[in-house]
Design a protein around this ligand. Structure first.
Ligand code: FAD
Length: 457
């Protein structure tokens, strides 16, 4: 890259600008998934929306390939480009709670934990994902599901407005009444439409929640899933429970005799009166005798950080996903088979519920195109050792291929690797054409293409 471009950026940007070989560069290009090793020609660590506008203009004028980094959690490493420019928002993490309006204004590079922490001081929260180090940026733009989805919907269902730097470097605020097509596209269409420098979310009265973990031996997977597929969709919307196939982690709250054992389980979050969780889960034994069952009241941000230590940055990740409207009998066997063949201690499969409040939003109200799905599934091969990269990939792809016939055909956009245009179309289904038209209006040159790309119509 022409050094004049970097010099000019350094003259006009408040945050650090780093290039290969310079101090801070390797730290700036390290992302969550250690399987990704890309070297941008320049990383622009923006301090504010003004920096973002300058970076976008410079990238566009100089014909640079551009990627945008929020929390850096994309499995496919979409927040980095080889040689071009990464616009890094990770220093922009401020959160302002407006308790009167019941909203949170969150900078585009914040992590979920920043939002959870700030809102909790007011006894408030909004639905997001289950790991506090995930970026609000990528998670929100893809949809966002987690412990509060059945009670309060997807993250995009709680998005009130977004500040966006567009491909020409201009700045707009999009909401229901302004730039409404753009606002529709941002709620599920990924990073295709611009750089979001700030999100405003609606908050809900969530403070201490009831948390539960139930674990059964992996051999009981078909019985547990048979029970779970009937129980959860009928349960009160305040109850969320994501199903997992896992290896029991070697630490509390699990008893030592279960450490390292393959298992299936459900992680529960009850958003009503915390002590009521036991009443809600009275039927858990109907799935077969659990090896472990534990409930406790817990501050919501503590639940949100529960898996952080287990899954630090720097592991190898390979994942795929699919949406499911039902868990078929044929699928039970597939889960049992691949559950018993978990390749490493951290590899896992999750089924995240996306019914309840998420089903009460109209199918065309946002760009998220699977309101008729009941679960968002992810098959995640995970391990610290690069030597196991092939094994975790093979298990993930094998599991996905075996289960895909029983899926709805498309995946949550945030659970995709680089899987090609057919998969992107399958994700957006009948929303794809409208998204492509909005892309033409806002980014006709496809400047923002380091994402699950929707080409301009
Ligand atoms: P990045 O890699 O920084 O960005 C991902 C994509 O979004 C890129 O294309 C990037 O350009 C774009 N982008 C990011 N920020 C902006 C912005 N401000 N403006 C414009 N474009 C932007 N998802 C869930 O819904 N629920 C979960 O519970 C959940 N759990 C997860 C747990 C782990 C451990 C991991 C690794 C991921 C999880 N995810 C979950 C998936 C997560 O939503 C995606 O990985 C998401 O892309 C992460 O966003 P990010 O900002 O951290 O990623």
């Amino acid at each position: 890259m022409d050094t004049a471009i970097r010099d000019s950026l350094r003259d006009s940007i408040r945050g650090p600008v780093t290039a290969p070989g310079e101090p801070g560069y390797d730290a700036a290009r390290a992302i969550y998934n250690a399987m990704i090793d890309k070297c941008p020609g320049v990383i622009v660590q923006c301090a504010d929306a003004g920096d973002v506008m300058t970076a976008v203009r410079s990238g566009a004028q100089n014909g640079l390939e551009i990627a945008v980094r929020g929390g850096g959690h994309s499995g496919a490493g979409l927040c980095l480009v080889e040689d071009g420019m990464t616009i890094d928002l990770s220093a922009m993490r401020g959160v302002r709670i407006d308790p009167m309006a019941g909203t949170a204004q969150v900078a585009g590079g914040a992590q979920l934990g920043d939002l959870d922490h700030a809102a909790h001081a007011f006894g408030l929260a909004t639905p997001s994902g289950i790991n506090s180090t995930t970026g609000v940026g990528g998670l929100t733009l893809g949809g966002g599901h987690g412990h509060l989805t059945r009670a309060y919907g997807l993250t995009v269902d709680n998005l009130v407005s977004a500040d966006v730097v567009l491909a020409d470097g201009s700045f707009v605020t999009a909401d229901e009444n302004h730039e409404s097509d753009l606002f529709w596209a941002l709620r599920g269409g990924g990073g295709n439409y611009g750089v979001v420098t700030s999100f405003t979310y609606r908050l809900h009265p969530v403070s201490t929640v009831g948390v539960g973990i139930t674990v059964w031996p992996v051999e009981q997977t078909p019985d547990v899933l048979r029970w779970y597929r009937e129980f959860l969709p009928q349960a009160t919307e305040d109850l969320n429970g994501f199903f997992a196939i896992l290896t029991v982690p070697p630490g509390p709250p699990f008893p030592e005799e279960l450490h390292g054992r393959k298992a299936c389980g459900v992680v529960w979050c009850w958003a009503g009166e915390p002590e009521q969780i036991d009443k809600e889960l009275a039927g858990v034994g109907d799935a077969g005798r659990p090896a472990f069952h534990f409930t406790t009241p817990m501050p919501y941000p503590m639940l949100q950080t529960m898996f952080d230590e287990l899954l630090p940055s720097g592991l190898q990740w390979y994942w795929r996903g699919d949406f499911f409207d039902r868990i078929t009998d044929e699928a039970l066997d597939v889960h049992a088979r691949f559950g018993e063949a978990l390749p490493t201690g951290l590899s896992t499969m999750h089924l995240y519920p996306i019914d309840g409040a998420a089903h009460r939003v109209g199918p065309d109200d946002t760009a998220w195109s699977y309101r008729d799905a009941t679960w968002s599934g992810v098959f995640a091969g995970i391990d610290p050792d690069p030597a196991n990269a092939g094994a975790i990939r093979d298990w993930c792809v094998g599991y996905w291929e075996a289960l895909h016939p029983y899926s709805m055909g498309g995946a949550y956009v945030n659970f995709m690797m680089d899987e090609g245009q057919d998969r992107v179309r399958a994700t957006y289904r009948d929303h794809f054409d409208r998204l492509a038209r909005i892309k033409r209006a806002y980014d006709p040159g496809n400047l923002f293409h380091a994402n699950q790309n929707i080409e301009p119509a």
